[in-house]
Design a protein. Structure first.
Length: 278
């Protein structure tokens, strides 16, 4: 039977015992409920084409989108959220069926992570990192600029050109091939040269030099130091110049402020005096 009129019910409405109940006092409507607690209280499933909520939406028993939550799933027991999975293993578990190289998660703004990040592969256009620890291989393609100190606790293998302003090496350094230094080299410890070494400029040695082979040079310039003795008796060291003088009083040797003064008695041969050591 078709009724082409509006119905006005002033004292509530009830269809069957638990199909529809409209309470005129509370103005609540219950579907499959005889005691509606909300303006629209539905006990059971809702099938709708579109749902628009202008206020808060609260789900007390989880939430799922897609077949069995395959697109988006919230587990109210574990408080875990899954994107692309209905069985999230983490607080936020994002999975994608896209192949390797395609974007599964995109963040347009800033992202701040206070804990650890474990990554299989990472590609960065621009990164500012305060502390970076690499436990495996780090491959960098392009220019890398470090404005602060970089600490390498293991081997560093550089196949290409390396340009350094200052190098401070506290341990042993081994050069298996040719090494060219266009500026000063300051070595404060022990240095060993095995093989042929060529120095195209001045070599300044502040302390001792121990050479097991032959040193060939066109000239030696500097303040060399020698020790002075007379007939086996040690007189002094640190001598940079020997000054020969003549006297009638006899032969003497005196060392003062790095100068050894050799006084030879008049009439004696200086060469003979040097040869005899007194």
């Amino acid at each position: 039977m078709a009724v082409n009129k509006n119905f006005v019910v002033k004292n509530g409405l009830e269809v069957a015992t638990d199909v529809i109940l409209a309470n005129a006092s509370t103005k609540n409507v219950g579907i499959a409920s005889t005691q509606p607690a909300f303006t629209l209280d539905v006990r059971g499933g809702i099938g709708a084409t579109d749902i628009k909520a202008s206020g808060f939406t609260t789900a007390t028993q989880g939430f799922q989108v897609g077949t069995s939550g395959s697109i988006f799933y919230v587990n109210d027991t574990t408080n875990m959220v899954g994107v692309g999975t209905s069985v999230p293993a983490y607080l936020l578990d994002v999975r994608s069926s896209v192949s390797t190289g395609q974007t599964a998660l995109y963040v347009q703004g800033d992202m701040r992570v206070t804990g650890d990040i474990n990554l299989d592969d990472i590609t960065l256009d621009d990164a500012s990192i305060q502390n970076l620890t690499v436990t495996d291989t780090l491959s960098v393609v392009g220019l890398s600029t470090f404005t602060s100190a970089v600490d390498f606790n293991n081997d560093v293998d550089i196949d290409g050109h390396t340009e350094l302003d200052d190098v401070n090496v506290s341990g042993a350094s081994t050069f298996t091939g040719a090494a060219t230094f266009s500026n000063d080299i300051n070595v404060s410890g022990f240095s060993t040269f095995v093989g042929f070494s060529t120095f195209n400029d001045y070599v300044f040695i502040q302390d001792g030099l121990n050479v097991a082979g032959v040193i060939t040079a066109t000239s030696f310039t500097g303040l060399g130091q020698i020790g002075v003795g007379s007939e086996g008796t040690f007189i002094g060291t640190g001598v940079t110049m020997v000054d020969f003088k003549s006297s009638n009083a006899g032969n003497t040797v005196d060392v003062t402020t790095g100068i050894a003064t050799v006084t030879v008695q008049t009439g004696a041969s200086i060469g003979l005096v040097i040869a005899l050591g007194g």
